[in-house]
Design a protein around this ligand. Structure first.
Ligand code: UT7
Length: 310
């Protein structure tokens, strides 16, 4: 086993479903309006997966792009990790299906369940696997088909969520391309965001909003400290794309200097759960340097780390 001083993100790939759905189509079902949805969430539209765009096809498409970007052959992948909260089956997991579709025949494959914090949780896992020598190249995917678990008639969630998949390849590095993770979970509050008996998602929106805006600044500060940098050293801030108001409040609390690009993918893609951070990273294409990633959501779980952008 060859240990490595560090690991880094080699590449990022995205898959966004073909169909864009505007606010008006959703507002009609929940006695809402385009104006209310924009004002309260910043969302203008989101992607909805068609029948042929299932979790496996979306995740495989994103991972295929990431592997091509990294120049890594599928047979050289040691592990496929897939973060999702929208796969209904527990008997099978998605990652083995995606590994098979990729041709990653030498890879371990498992799903990660940390909801909207799943991507940074997965990145911490991938980093540890690579540094310990247990893996060479890890494919980490965040993929969601929220359409399957959101009730179109639920006023608190119907307008919020979208579908898609984002993937990165993590490989060995001489330097620390992925800084130490700061993470945790507050299970005592898990009732605030959970599956109802109907099998669809229910969220106490204002309470989750308050929890998120309270937890983000200290967790972000600790992640910067763990990386040995300050906000001024960042090129980008990529929080989970839950609500534009949460992102704006977090950026303000962190006193980010004007040169720091703040991810706002939520505006056109909605909240894509575990896929939102890699999708937002792909949308910041062309930005290089360090980015602060921060995921938060059901659990209630959170995780943050500083990464060197690919
Ligand atoms: O990804 C995992 C983590 N998730 C999050 O971080 C999401 C956190 N929560 C949120 O983003 C926000 O709570 C929402 C966007 C979901 C809702 O925004 P809000 O500003 O918290 O709205 P609210 O639930 O406090 O409702 C405000 C008002 C209420 O009316 P009154 O009592 O002020 O008269 C609601 O009845 O808006 C009403 N309302 C709506 N009106 C039109 C609630 N839902 C809707 C709706 N359309 N869909």
């Amino acid at each position: 086993m060859r240990t490595s001083p560090g690991s880094r993100i080699l590449s990022v790939g995205a898959y966004r479903p073909r169909t864009r759905v505007g606010n008006d189509a959703i507002a009609a079902l929940i006695d809402s309006s385009d104006e209310w949805i924009r004002r309260r969430s910043g969302i203008e539209s989101r992607r909805r997966a068609a029948d042929d765009e299932d979790l496996v096809t979306m995740a495989t498409a994103a991972a295929t792009k990431a592997l091509a970007g990294a120049g890594v052959a599928p047979r050289d992948v040691s592990a496929v990790l897939l973060a999702t909260m929208s796969y209904r089956s527990r008997a099978t997991t998605v990652a083995p299906l995606v590994a098979a579709a990729l041709g990653a025949t030498n890879a371990a494959a498992m799903d990660l369940g940390a909801a909207c914090a799943g991507f940074p949780y997965g990145l911490a896992t991938a980093d540890a696997l690579v540094r310990s020598g247990a893996a060479d190249n890890v494919v980490l995917i965040g993929a969601e088909r929220m359409t399957d678990i959101v009730d179109d008639h639920d006023r608190g969630t119907a307008f919020l969520f979208g579908d898609g998949a984002g993937a990165v390849v993590v490989g060995p590095s001489e330097t620390l391309g992925i800084s130490p993770v700061v993470w945790g979970a507050d299970g005592a509050k898990s009732d605030l965001l959970r599956y109802a008996e109907t099998g669809t998602l229910r969220m106490a929106g204002p309470e989750v909003f308050r929890w998120a805006t309270a937890v983000i600044p200290p967790v972000a500060e600790r992640a910067l400290e763990a990386a040995g940098i300050t906000a001024a050293d960042l090129a980008a801030f990529i929080p989970h794309q839950a609500n534009l108001r949460i992102t704006t409040a977090a950026a303000r609390a962190l006193c980010l200097p004007p040169h720091v690009r703040v991810a706002t993918d939520v505006i056109t893609n909605g909240n894509t759960g575990a896929a939102s951070i890699p999708l937002a990273m792909a949308a910041l294409n062309g930005t290089s340097g360090r980015a602060l990633l921060l995921g938060f959501g059901a659990g209630l779980a959170y995780a943050a780390q500083v990464v060197e952008l690919p």
